[in-house]
Design a protein around this ligand. Structure first.
Ligand SMILES: Cc1ncc(COP(=O)(O)O)c(C=O)c1O
Length: 399
């Protein structure tokens, strides 16, 4: 008789367990070494076992790990101050994950609408978006696979295609209850699909004209990954609401919703809360992550290493039919093929690279921001032949 797996089967994991990591390297339980091109899906900003982060977490753990939000938490104040400085926004609510940050953003938008006398507020969301797996965030997500079986969905979302200003203008003309636009600056799960800078600027203008909140989900693309602190900063706009998570504390779970202007005045005592959010251990990890990113010039490094990988991959795959596009910003990189390619994950793992495939046909890389040039070159040298071989296989040929 086989023992039933005590873990709920919500994932189908690769048959590898990592025991430890060092910098951009991961080591499995057999002692085999892998180059980490995924960072636990954009989480391990500083790579693994960064001495400053490890020392800060250990020091903080020896002082105080958790303290209720019913008391002042000076580290939370300092971390909020840093995010306010880096974003140019007003204030922050801390939670523990991306979906929680997005849930808070949705609540801010709804309350903002109610405060303006709109009883049934609507939020514009996007095709192929991903915002999380709670009921509200899966309803905002533009992927039926995520929603199937969990109906009835939460109402109050209007969906449009990305980068289509005409569609958004039509919503403005037809739907008086809209209070906010909610989009990823770069869709991650949707296949590394950027909102164009011009589009973001036009959305900003429309939001200003309509009195809508512009809410930019930077859970995956934020925290320096694209070479700016936040991906929307490439367009020069400032959102009203910006959910963050993943890379903020380099592995200690932290979510944050950063708000600006009127959005920052929406929540009042009793409107929202959390037990763990903003606790001293999480905040110390966040402060240290930002400090190390500054000390080690990791924004510039993300741009330089991202360019190295993208140029290298374009060159190595040039002329290969089956390659649609190598795209990305900084260390948020997608290689779009013309066919489903989830098998590449196992092939790469065998060759010592940890990466994943998203939106069925996009090889996705989100390496730690401490990646060096030698490692970037190794990624290209290892991955390009895997993709070339995969595209050459008869079974993989596009129909
Ligand atoms: C853009 C975006 N928003 C929200 C989430 C949900 O974050 P979490 O898994 O921490 O709830 C994700 C996770 O992949 C994401 O990529």
């Amino acid at each position: 008789m086989t023992t039933p797996n005590p873990v709920m089967p919500t994932y189908a994991p690769q048959p590898v367990a990592f025991e430890r990591g060092q910098g951009a390297w991961l080591y499995d339980t057999e002692g085999r070494r892998y180059l980490d091109c995924l960072s636990g899906i954009a989480v391990n900003t500083l790579g693994h076992n960064h001495p400053k982060l490890v020392a800060a977490i250990a020091d903080q753990a020896s002082k105080i790990i958790h303290c209720s939000n019913l008391f002042e938490i000076p580290l939370r104040h300092r971390m909020a101050q840093r995010l306010v400085e880096l974003s140019g926004m007003t204030n922050v609510f801390f939670c523990n994950s991306g979906l929680e940050a997005n849930e808070a953003a949705i609540k801010i938008a709804r309350l903002y609408g109610h405060n303006r006398g709109i009883d049934l507020p609507e939020i514009v969301v996007y095709e192929n978006a991903f915002h999380g797996r709670s009921l509200a965030t899966l309803s905002a997500t533009g992927n039926v696979k995520v929603q199937k079986g969990f109906e009835p969905l939460v109402p109050g979302f209007v969906r449009v295609p990305l980068n289509d200003m005409g569609a958004l203008n039509r919503v403005a003309a037809e739907r008086p209850n809209v209070v906010a636009v909610f989009l990823e600056a770069i869709q991650g799960e949707g296949g590394i699909q950027p909102a164009r800078n011009e589009y973001l600027r036009e959305v900003r203008q429309l939001c200003d004209r309509q009195g809508w909140l512009m809410m930019v989900d930077e859970v995956q693309c934020g925290t320096g990954r694209t070479g700016k602190w936040f991906a929307h900063q490439w367009s020069g706009i400032k959102p009203d609401v910006m959910p963050l998570a993943k890379g903020v504390s380099s592995g200690i779970p932290v979510g944050a919703v950063v708000a600006h202007g009127i959005a920052s005045e929406t929540f009042k005592p009793g409107n929202h809360g959390t037990t763990f959010g903003g606790n001293p251990l999480a905040m110390r990890a966040g402060l240290t992550t930002i400090e190390v990113m500054e000390e080690e010039g990791l924004l510039a490094n993300a741009t330089a290493m991202g360019d190295l990988i993208m140029h290298g991959m374009r060159k190595a795959l040039a002329g290969h039919s089956g390659l649609v596009e190598v795209r990305g910003t900084g260390l948020m990189i997608g290689i779009q093929l013309d066919r489903p390619c989830s098998e590449i994950v196992a092939l790469a793992l065998k060759a010592g690279l940890v990466l994943n495939v998203t939106a069925d046909s996009v090889v996705r890389m989100l390496p730690p921001l401490i990646l060096n040039a030698e490692q970037a070159e190794l990624i290209v040298a290892t991955l390009a032949p895997i993709i070339r071989d995969f595209l050459a296989r008869p079974a993989a040929r596009a129909a």
